[in-house]
Design a protein around this ligand. Structure first.
Ligand code: XMP
Length: 542
């Protein structure tokens, strides 16, 4: 976890993006007067998002732009500064990513990190070489001269390195301010022109004074005030939602997940009763989930909430169906139809609130038009329902969404909820989905969740849940043999759901889960732990 360190606690937590699924459109971004951004120029997607989050954690709005960005586009953002990210390439290879040379003449302060540092050096007349002294991991840095970015940090300090090439000579106008064994110029500054480069990664927590370096750049070089706070984000979004929706009505499909919940709470703050939330209960939810949604949104927030209990309909349609794809299709289509029926008679409903997050809309890499997640979005809404979209979270990272949710008064159970698939428990039951099997799974799943919470593992695990396979096994209870359900426990760690590994849950926790499930859930006589990674397995069973 990257939160809760020296990085300040402006935004609690730091869970990466929950699995979602959307083909997103890019909208023209209007720079807010209050929140002029620092632009992170993406020279290798893996690094840019973390840098952008660090900038925000230091209280400054950030946006990610592709390395193909032109000077005009940069200026349209009215940026306070620019950060050139790290990247996997070498500056002197033929296909190396470059940036528009005009970016260096805009008078906007620039910080180059790792590859960005080398790019600054090579494009401005310094020298980058493969010295043969690659540095990976913790490395001792020595500050050799007066530095704006390293001011106030010790002369000898640990930084995190990951590079094979090194800057060996500074470009004209730059001064070397730090060095390491393998990097003759580990940090350089041209304070006059406002350009800075560091070979190490200040954005990772293993760099002892990384936050100071980023803060130094933001405050001393960019003069950026720490104004990106929960309160100001909420205030801005309320204003923007009001301006967009005007006197019309908006509807929001609530799933109980964090994104749609925070989006709903925010829009409700903005337009009150002119928001109608629609919660379609397909009967495939976890224990207590439906009542929590109605309690939170209907009772506590007093929202106009339409609760559609469609469980009978969904279960009827799923009766006898065992093929995973057939189940998904039935659920997906029925979900949309049910939502349409429920919203058809809401007068003046022109807008649809969606919980799209920033990672879904970032343009990155080699200038690709938009990030498109290929994952199936069963249980969500298609973009062509005929509404105009309101997406109040489309500038925000997941950790910011959680922080705002908390600020808006949402309970921890919602703010910290692990991702849950649209088709719900149906993808965790192999074979036919019946009421009886759902009851078994729900009871076992509640125990898994409770014990994972009790072991204080819930937040660091990406998803943890129970699966009911179409398998019965022989057991023994008292004097007799049983023939009952086997139950699978699945828990994974992941950054983005694209890859995952099984969570190394301590044996005593697994033991407690197994023993409770077998004792408390009638019809289960065996519990197994799924130790598959993704790939080749997937997180869900179907
Ligand atoms: P898999 O099983 O493909 O899941 O490894 C990756 C992530 O996506 C979630 N998931 C879904 N989410 N609708 C959703 O909204 C779906 O149809 C769906 N299928 C899987 C899954 O829980 C995991 O986080």
């Amino acid at each position: 976890m990257l939160s809760g360190s020296a990085w300040g606690d402006r935004f609690a937590g730091g869970d990466p993006l929950a699995a979602g699924v959307s083909v997103t459109r890019t909208e023209r971004q209007v720079p807010s007067e209050r929140h002029r951004p620092v632009l992170v120029v993406d020279l290798g997607a893996q690094y840019a998002q973390l840098i952008a989050r660090r900038v925000r954690q230091a209280g400054v709005f950030s946006r990610i732009v592709p390395h193909t960005v032109g000077a005009d586009e940069v200026m349209a953002h009215r940026p306070l500064g620019m950060i050139l990210s790290g990247g996997p390439l070498s500056v002197y290879t033929e296909n190396a990513y470059l940036v528009d040379r005009q970016l260096f003449g805009l008078g906007v302060p620039i910080l180059g990190i790792c590859y960005g540092h080398q790019l600054l050096a090579s494009m401005l007349g310094g020298t980058v070489k493969r010295t043969g002294d690659a540095e990976y991991g913790r490395t001792e840095l020595t500050v050799t001269g007066a530095s704006r970015l390293l001011e106030g940090t010790p002369q000898h300090q640990n930084v995190w390195m990951s590079h094979a090439d090194a800057v060996t000579e500074t470009p004209p106008g730059f001064e070397r301010v730090a060095t390491t064994g393998g990097s003759p110029v580990a940090a350089m500054e041209d304070r006059e022109r406002g350009m800075y480069g560091v070979q190490f990664h200040p954005e990772v927590i293993h760099t002892d004074h990384g936050s100071a370096v980023i803060e130094g750049f933001l405050r001393s070089a960019c003069q950026a005030p720490p104004s990106w706070t929960r309160g100001s984000i909420i205030a801005d979004q309320i204003e923007a939602v009001r301006a967009r929706v005007g006197d019309a009505r908006a509807i929001c499909g609530l799933s109980g997940g964090v994104d749609s919940s925070v989006a709903a709470a925010l829009v409700h703050r903005a337009i009150g009763d002119r928001l109608t939330c629609v919660f379609v209960d397909h009967g495939l939810l976890r224990e207590g989930e439906a009542s929590q949604v109605t309690e939170t949104f209907g009772r506590y927030f007093q929202m106009d909430l339409v609760h559609v209990d469609a469980s009978g309909r969904f279960l009827g349609a799923l009766s006898g169906v065992t093929d995973p794809e057939a189940k998904r299709t039935i659920i997906g289509e029925m979900f949309i139809r049910t939502f349409e029926e429920a919203t058809g008679d809401i007068p003046d409903a022109r807008f649809l609130v969606q919980g799209t997050l920033y990672p879904d809309v970032i343009e990155s890499g080699g200038g690709a038009a938009a990030t498109i997640k290929t994952h199936h979005n069963v249980g969500g809404l298609p973009p062509d329902l005929g509404f105009e979209l309101v997406e109040p979270l489309r500038d925000l990272f997941k950790d910011e969404v959680r922080a705002i949710g908390k600020e808006l008064g949402l309970p921890d159970e919602i703010v910290w909820r692990q991702p849950f698939p649209g088709p719900g428990l149906a993808v965790r039951i192999t074979g036919e989905v019946t009421r009886e099997r759902l009851d078994v799974l729900r009871a076992a799943d509640a125990i898994v969740t409770e014990e994972i919470h009790r072991a204080d593992l819930y937040r660091e695990i990406w998803q943890s849940f129970a699966v009911l396979p179409a398998v019965k096994t022989v057991g023994v209870q008292g004097d007799g043999r049983t023939y009952a359900h086997a139950l699978i426990v699945r828990a994974v760690t992941s950054e983005d759901a694209m890859t995952a590994d099984f969570a190394r849950i301590p044996y005593p926790v697994l033991e407690r889960i197994a023993s409770r499930v077998m004792n408390e859930v009638p019809g289960v006589n065996r519990v197994a732990y799924d130790i598959s990674s993704k790939p080749p397995a997937t997180i869900e069973w179907e």
